[in-house]
Design a protein around this ligand. Structure first.
Ligand code: HEC
Length: 262
């Protein structure tokens, strides 16, 4: 065999081995089991190169140091991002701990502004990072990128002041229609900070959890009954099954034993 034939044979064998690995199901896609080192290295490099190439082509607008822009970005960040990326002085959340790849703690990670803008706008495949450009105009995305760039310098008081001084969660026209955050009690299905708002959903047989009107805390993806079972019964939130039986959920359903403050 000449060299070319040998090379082709080797490549063929490698490809066959790759296919065999994929089909056998041996590779673990579980989010609680890290990638193997080589896979991690390849994915990491692919992400870095992909973002760098695209962010490098962006035209960064002037005035991103303008305090007014940073302030505007703060309100949206606080409403849409803290569940995964945290805020100064906050504890990790269920989302920030459970996602893999893990969302970077943006209070400790400094991200160049064009890179931040690109990632916020387009999201990252096969990760929890959504493409916010689907619902928000570039102006708002740059404001958030400008805010994200400042974030590692902010303590909690400075952070809170910026959020309070912002226009709250406003997309100012770039938003999807019907987006309203007036109160904590309405269940807008696309609330970024309340991904599972089950308020008012009929509880049929297949609904193991009682989701009541309890306010959804930040980063708490599930709205579980806030009240202990007895109190829940007093409030008339007893779970009625389709077969007519009623029952109050045992404490383990409230997740009260795993560190949740629901
Ligand atoms: C559901 C969880 C989730 C939400 C909500 C979320 N992100 Fe992310 N974000 C991620 C994950 C996960 C990554 C890392 C992806 C990776 O490493 O491949 C990420 C990456 C990023 C990065 C890239 C950081 C870097 O070092 O390049 C930025 C910037 C970012 N997110 C900003 C935001 C902003 C701003 C918001 C709110 C508008 C937001 N994210 C909302 C999960 C989330």
């Amino acid at each position: 065999m000449n060299t070319t034939a040998k090379t082709l044979l080797m490549l063929g064998l490698l490809a066959a081995a790759g296919v065999a690995v994929v089909y056998s199901g041996v590779y673990d896609v579980a989010a609680d089991v890290p990638h193997t080192r080589p896979v991690y290295a390849v994915l990491e490099l692919a992400r870095e190169r992909s973002i760098a190439a695209r962010a490098g082509r962006l035209e960064v607008p002037d005035g991103l140091d303008d305090p007014a822009r940073i302030r505007r970005g703060a309100g949206n960040y606080d409403a849409m991002c803290t569940g995964c990326h945290l805020k100064p002085g906050a504890q990790p959340t269920e989302l920030s701990r459970g996602l893999y790849p893990a969302p970077p703690d943006l209070t400790r990670t400094s991200v160049p502004v064009a890179q931040a803008f690109w990632v916020i706008k387009h999201g990252i495949k096969a990760s929890g990072m959504p493409a916010w450009g689907r619902s928000m105009g570039d102006e708002h995305l740059w404001n958030m990128a400008a805010f994200v760039r400042q974030l590692p310098q902010l303590d909690r008081a400075a952070y809170d002041a910026l959020v309070a001084g912002s226009e709250g969660h406003s997309h100012g026209g770039g938003e999807t229609e019907g987006h309203s955050h007036a109160g904590g009690d309405e269940a807008t299905p696309h609330d970024a900070d309340a991904p599972h708002a089950h308020d008012g959903a009929p509880h049929g047989q297949g609904a193991p959890h009682a989701h009541d009107e309890a306010p959804h805390g930040e980063g708490a993806p599930h709205g579980h009954d806030e009240a202990p079972p007895a109190a829940a019964a007093e409030q008339g939130t007893t779970h009625v099954h389709a077969d007519g039986k009623t029952h109050v959920h045992p404490p383990r359903r409230t997740h009260a034993d795993d560190g949740h403050a629901h």
